[in-house]
Design a protein around this ligand. Structure first.
Ligand SMILES: [Mg+2]
Length: 367
C-alpha cells in the first residue's frame, strides 16, 4: 500500500513538499467506554478499547483494539511517546516501529491487540485526510453499494433455521458447550438436524472454540463429514501447530482458524505450513489493517481463503469488500454499543458505509 497523498513536487522545494504531506500526531488516547449488553466472556472482561489519534490539522482517527486496562496503559505511555509528533500518514512505517519497539514483550496477544487499535485509528485518519472510505483507499474500484453476504453464528438447529430464513446464506454452529471431550455422535446429530432444516444449498460450519484434542477433533470431523460441513473452526489450541498439521492432513472436513493469531509473521507460518483451509484473522487484534492486508496477500498467493473474524464490523468489512472476490462477513456481536456507524445486516446482507475513514464515531451519550 503506497502513500495516499500523491502531491506533485515540481515548483516546490523539498521542504514545501514534505510540509504538504505532514499530518502531525498531537495526541493519542485510549479508553474503555461502557458497553452495556456486551456478552460476558473474556473478550469483554479483558475489554475492547477505543483508540483516538488526533492530528494538528484537527482530524481525529478512531480505532478499536483490545487489551483492556493494560492495553490502554500501553497506548497512553509507550505507543503515545513513540508516535506523538510523527507524520500520521506514514501508517506502514509507524506500524513497523510499534511492533519493533514492543517486540521484547509483545509479539503476540495483548500488546498486538493494543497496536491494532492504533493502526486502525491511523487508517481511519488516512481515509479522512483523503476524503475517502477506507475500502476505496484499498481498492479504487470497490462498489460501495454492493450487498455482501453474511453468516450467522447460532447454538442450535432451530436458531439455524431462523437465521437462514432471515437471509444468512451460511450458518455456523457454536459447539463449545459440548465440552472438552464431546460425544461425536451428539455433535453429528446437531449437524444432521441443521442440514435437514436448511436443505443442501446452505453452508454449515462448526466452531469448537479450541476446546478439543487432536483425537476428538478427528472423530468429530469424521462424524460430521457426511453432512457437507464447510469448515471445522479452531478445534484445538491456537499454538498447537503440529496438531493443526495433523488435522489439516487427516480431517475430512476443512479446518479453519487464526482468530487468535498475530502479526504477519505468525500468519506466514500458518500459511507456509498450510495448516488451515480458511483463515480468520481478527483485524482488531491481529495487528490492524496493515497486518490484515499482508495476510490477504500471502493467503491469496497460497490459495487459502480469508474470512475475517467479526467481519460485519466496519473495520474488517472495509477489507472484505475491497480485497476479497468471494466476500463473506461474520455477523457481529454487540461489543461496541459505545460507537455508532456500524452498518445493519438486512435480509442477511450488509453494505459498506460511504463515509470517510471507517465511518465510525464515538457516541456522545456514551452508548
Ligand atoms: Mg471462532
Amino acid at each position: 500500500m503506497g502513500k495516499i497523498n500523491h502531491y506533485e513536487s515540481p515548483g516546490l522545494s523539498d521542504f514545501s513538499y514534505w510540509y504538504l504531506e505532514l499530518m502531525r500526531i498531537t495526541e493519542i488516547r485510549a479508553s474503555q467506554p461502557p458497553t452495556p449488553g456486551s456478552p460476558a466472556d473474556w473478550r469483554t472482561q479483558l475489554g475492547q478499547i477505543v483508540v483516538e489519534v488526533k492530528t494538528d490539522d484537527g482530524l481525529v482517527g478512531l480505532g478499536v483494539g483490545g487489551g483492556g486496562v493494560a492495553g490502554i496503559h500501553l497506548v497512553e505511555t509507550v505507543l503515545r511517546d513513540l508516535l506523538v509528533g510523527r507524520d500520521a500518514s506514514d501508517v506502514e512505517a509507524l506500524h513497523e516501529e510499534m511492533c519493533r519497539h514492543t517486540s521484547f514483550y509483545g509479539r503476540k496477544g495483548l500488546v498486538v491487540m493494543a497496536i491494532s487499535g492504533v493502526d486502525l485509528a491511523l487508517w481511519d485518519l488516512r481515509g479522512k485526510a483523503a476524503n475517502l472510505p477506507v475500502a476505496r483507499l484499498l481498492n479504487p474500484n470497490v462498489d460501495l453499494d454492493l450487498e455482501l453476504p453474511t453468516y450467522s453464528t447460532v447454538f442450535d438447529d432451530e436458531d439455524a433455521e431462523s437465521a437462514f430464513n432471515a437471509g444468512h446464506e451460511a450458518i455456523k454452529l457454536h459447539v463449545e458447550r459440548f465440552g472438552d471431550q464431546p460425544d461425536p455422535a451428539e455433535i453429528a446429530n446437531l449437524v444432521q438436524r441443521t442440514r435437514e432444516r436448511l436443505g443442501p444449498d446452505a453452508s454449515v460450519m462448526i466452531d469448537a472454540f479450541a476446546r478439543w484434542n487432536i483425537d476428538t477433533s478427528l472423530r468429530v470431523a469424521e462424524a460430521i463429514a457426511p453432512y457437507d460441513v464447510a469448515w471445522l473452526e479452531e478445534p484445538i489450541q491456537p499454538d498447537d501447530l503440529d496438531g493443526y498439521a495433523i488435522l489439516s492432513e487427516q480431517s475430512p472436513v476443512p479446518i479453519a482458524g487464526g482468530e487468535h493469531e498475530y502479526l504477519a509473521d505468525g500468519f506466514k507460518t500458518l500459511i507456509d505450513r498450510q495448516l488451515h483451509a480458511v483463515l480468520q484473522p481478527d483485524i482488531n487484534w491481529c495487528g490492524g489493517l496493515t497486518t490484515l492486508i499482508d495476510i490477504y496477500n500471502m493467503a491469496q498467493a497460497a490459495n487459502i481463503r480469508v474470512i475475517p473474524h467479526r467481519g460485519c464490523e466496519p473495520y474488517a468489512l472495509a477489507a472484505i469488500a475491497a480485497l476479497d472476490s468471494r466476500p463473506l462477513a461474520e455477523s457481529g456481536r454487540k461489543w461496541f454499543n459505545c460507537l455508532s456507524g456500524f452498518p445493519e445486516i438486512r435480509d442477511g446482507r450488509i453494505q459498506l458505509s460511504n463515509r470517510f475513514g471507517f465511518g465510525v464515531e464515538l457516541r456522545s451519550d456514551g452508548g
